[in-house]
Design a binder for this molecule. Structure first.
Ligand SMILES: [Fe+2]
Length: 304
């Protein structure tokens, strides 16, 4: 079949947590973000995909400094993860039901001192996604054939951020996934022009496959995790990016440099730029932009 749609959505925890809880303004903005997620969920449902191709920047869960690749395809049968808070509360907010997964009822069993939603404790993770191995392998081989020396990994941990996004967008977890991890976090980042070209090549392979594929790019927008600039948000740049996508000019993102992405706090746009490459210059629908104290949250989707 082919590409049936694409979505770009945040993976920020702040859509679940309300900090500071005492602020009404903050609570309102968090709800605004959740409402936007539900609009994206309807776009996902309408696209009626078999497989969700996820583009997600790793948060030191699968990659570390022994090897930090610009991109890596997960090759395995299942990707596992855990939420960022108790499953009951996640179900209340998103409708995602963890207990549905046979034999896995615990969510909080990471070793002491390790954040339970990030650690690699594969065996006990309660949230399990079936991987579309045919498409994963097809992408891996097809990208190698097209000149992309694509790394691959058999570790498919879905960190709490990614699980959060899929909880909102596919709460029944009834679609298979393909997981491509990226470096949107540790400079030097991959070049946007390479991300865009990668997306173009992936599109060719998607078009040759028998699947109905929906692309999900997570992350962003502007924020400065782990730096003295934490708390700054480059709202003007975020809005500029969203305007380009809405105008069907996603290819212009390929002209950015990695330094520009970092400067604007938008390293995670590498995922969005790959998605833009897959979709091509097609207009997106911008659902929402919410500026929280430390991050700009952008929500958009493409109908194909
Ligand atoms: Fe992130």
């Amino acid at each position: 079949m082919a590409l049936v749609g694409a979505v770009a959505a945040p993976h920020s925890h702040l859509q679940l947590f309300t900090r500071p809880a005492e602020s009404e303004d903050y609570r309102r903005k968090v709800q605004q973000g959740r409402d936007a997620m539900f609009v994206l969920r309807r776009a996902v449902e309408k696209a009626d995909a078999d497989t969700i191709l996820i583009l997600h920047d790793d948060h030191f869960v699968n990659f570390d400094f022994r090897c930090y690749p610009p991109f890596a395809l997960f090759v395995g049968k299942e990707a596992k993860g855990s939420g960022v808070m108790a499953p009951d509360r996640i179900e209340e907010i998103t409708g995602a039901v963890y207990r549905r997964y046979e034999g896995k009822s615990a969510y909080q069993s990471a070793p002491d001192g390790i954040p339970q939603h990030m650690a690699d404790w594969e065996g006990q993770k309660p949230y399990v996604y079936r991987v579309d191995t045919d498409l994963s392998i097809g992408l891996l081989k097809g990208l190698l054939q097209r000149g992309f020396d694509m790394p691959f990994t058999t570790v498919g941990t879905m960190d709490g951020e990614l699980v959060l996004t899929t909880n909102f967008l596919n709460p029944a977890a009834d679609k298979s996934i393909v997981l491509m991890l990226t470096n949107g976090y540790v400079p030097p980042l991959p070049w946007p022009r390479r991300c865009y070209a990668l997306g173009r090549a992936m599109r060719e392979i998607i078009d040759e496959s028998e699947r109905r594929v929906l692309v999900l790019a997570t992350g962003g927008m502007s924020h400065y995790p782990g730096t003295p600039l934490y708390g700054e948000v480059d709202e003007a740049f975020d809005r500029h990016i969203l305007a380009l996508l809405a105008a069907g000019e996603g290819s212009k993102l390929a002209a950015l440099t990695p330094e520009e992405l970092m400067h604007h706090g938008d390293g995670e746009l590498v995922n969005w730029i790959i998605a833009a490459g897959i979709v091509g210059d097609r207009k997106s629908t911008v659902v929402e932009y919410v500026r929280l104290w430390h991050i700009g949250l952008g929500y958009t989707y493409w109908e194909v």
